[in-house]
Design a binder for this molecule. Structure first.
Ligand SMILES: *Cc1c(COP(=O)(O)O)cnc(C)c1O
Length: 389
C-alpha cells in the first residue's frame, strides 16, 4: 500500500524549529517583539499598509465584523461555497446572512448575482459584502468595489486561501489579495493546511487607519495604555477599557514560526503552481469525465478542485480513499447546514452552488507533495476512469 497522501499539509523546516526555540528562551512568550515583526513582514508581503496578528482566522473575521459595526440591523451578502467561519462572523454580531450564487467557472461569488440580490431589496438594505478568494482564485475586487461604492457597502475579503495570489486590474496592474486597495479589511488564517502556518493563527490587513486602531483595541479586551486617547491618567500602572474587546492575541512563539514560514511563502506558492500546472496537463485527456480548474498565473492554488461529471464524484472519492489518497469536498454549501436552515431569513435555491457541491473534489496539493506522490495521485485517477470505459 502506498503511504497516505492528504489533500493538504504543513511544511516545517529546521529553520522554523530554530526560530521557535529562540523565542522559548527569550523574555516574551506572548505579544512581544515578534508580533510587530510578523505584522510588518506580512503587511509588506501582501502590499497592505497595516496588519494585525490574531489567534486564528475565525477571530480575524470576528474582529473585522466588530470593527465594521455589524449588528442586528446589518444585512450582509456572501457566498455559500466557503468555510463556515466566513459567514459565521455575521451571526457572531447578530447580523443577517444572505447568499449570492457562485460563478460556475471560477467557483467564486458571482458579481451579477450579487447585483441582482441588491436590486431585489430596498435601497440601503445591505450594508456589506464578504467575498472569498476561494481555493486561491482571487476575486476581481476592482469590479466588486465599484458595485459596493454604488450601494454604499463595505467589503471584507476572506483571503485565507490566497496569500500571494493576485488579479490583474483594468490598468494591467497586479493587485495582490489582501492589499487593501479595494476591500476595507482582509483576513488570513495560519491553520496548518493553509499556505503558511503558525499552528493556529490569523491576520487582518487594511489600508484604513481608523479600522486598524479599532482592531488593535478589540484584540486585547478593548484596553488601551495610550496616554493620547485616555480620559484620565493616574500613573504608570493606569489603563482604560474603551470598548468590549476579547483576548484574540497571537503568541510570540507563533509569530516567530510565522516570520520563518513567510520567508518561504513564495517558494511554497511556486510549488503549488507547478503542481497545479502538472495536474492540468496530465488530467486534461480526461475532459470527458472531469472539469479542471482554470489555469491562471495569479491563482494561489490553496486547493486544486476538480469537478467530476456523471455523478461519479462519490465513487472517485471512495476509490481514492481505498488507495490511501485523502481527497476532500470543499465545501458543503452553507445553506445546507442545519444551523443555517434555522437562522437564514431567506432560504432559496442556489443552483450553481448546489451543482458544484455534487461534483467538486479537492485532490492533494501542498508544497511538500513529492513528484512521486503526485504521480501516484494522477495514475490512480487515470486508473479509476479507465475502468469506467
Ligand atoms: C481556514 C479558513 C477560515 C478560518 O480560519 P481558522 O484559522 O481555522 O479559524 C476562514 N475562512 C476560510 C475561507 C478558511 O479557509
Amino acid at each position: 500500500m502506498h503511504r497516505p497522501v492528504p489533500y493538504g499539509k504543513q511544511w516545517i523546516t529546521e529553520e522554523d524549529i530554530r526560530a521557535v526555540n529562540e523565542v522559548l528562551l527569550s523574555d516574551f512568550l506572548t505579544q512581544g517583539p515578534k508580533i510587530r515583526e510578523f505584522e510588518e513582514a506580512f503587511a509588506h508581503y501582501v502590499g497592505a499598509q497595516y496588519a494585525v496578528a490574531v489567534s486564528n482566522g475565525t477571530a480575524a473575521l470576528h474582529l473585522a465584523a466588530l470593527a465594521l459595526r455589524i449588528d442586528e440591523k446589518t444585512n450582509v451578502i456572501t457566498t455559500p461555497i466557503t468555510f463556515a467561519a466566513s459567514a459565521n462572523c455575521v451571526w457572531f454580531c447578530g447580523g443577517n446572512v444572505f447568499f449570492a450564487d457562485i460563478h460556475p467557472q471560477t467557483f467564486l461569488i458571482d458579481l451579477n448575482k450579487v447585483r441582482e440580490l441588491i436590486e431585489s431589496k430596498p435601497k440601503g438594505f445591505f450594508k456589506g459584502l464578504i467575498v472569498v478568494d476561494f481555493s486561491g482564485m482571487p476575486v476581481n475586487l476592482e469590479e466588486f468595489r465599484k458595485l459596493a461604492d454604488e450601494n454604499n457597502l463595505w467589503i471584507i475579503e476572506d483571503a485565507c486561501h490566497a496569500p500571494g495570489g493576485y488579479f490583474v486590474d483594468s490598468d494591467g496592474k497586479k493587485q495582490f489579495c489582501g492589499n487593501g486597495n479595494f476591500a476595507d479589511l482582509a483576513v488570513f488564517s495560519f491553520h496548518p493546511v493553509k499556505h503558511i502556518t503558525t499552528g493556529e493563527g490569523g491576520m487582518i490587513t487594511t489600508n484604513r487607519k481608523d479600522l486598524y486602531e479599532k482592531l488593535l483595541l478589540l484584540r486585547t479586551h478593548g484596553i488601551t495604555k495610550d496616554p493620547s486617547v485616555m480620559a484620565e491618567n493616574h500613573g504608570g500602572w493606569y489603563y482604560e477599557m474603551h470598548t468590549l474587546g476579547y483576548n484574540y492575541r497571537l503568541t510570540d512563539i507563533q509569530a516567530a514560526l510565522g516570520i520563518s514560514q513567510l520567508k518561504r511563502a513564495d517558494e511554497g506558492l511556486e510549488k503549488r503552481r507547478r503542481i497545479a500546472l502538472k495536474y492540468n496537463q496530465e488530467l486534461n485527456p480526461l475532459s470527458d469525465y472531469l472539469t479542471l480548474p482554470l489555469w491562471f498565473e495569479g491563482h494561489a492554488y490553496h486547493l486544486y478542485v476538480i469537478r467530476v461529471k456523471n455523478n461519479l464524484r462519490p465513487k472517485l472519492y471512495n476509490y481514492l480513499k481505498e488507495k490511501n489518497i485523502f481527497s476532500q469536498v470543499h465545501y458543503i454549501p452553507l445553506h445546507f447546514m442545519p444551523y443555517y436552515k434555522k437562522t437564514l431569513k431567506e432560504l432559496y435555491p442556489l443552483p450553481e452552488s448546489e451543482k458544484y457541491y455534487r461534483e467538486c473534489l479537492s485532490i492533494p496539493i501542498f508544497p511538500s507533495l513529492s513528484e512521486e506522490d503526485q504521480d501516484y495521485v494522477i495514475d490512480t485517477i487515470k486508473s479509476f476512469f479507465s475502468s469506467k470505459c
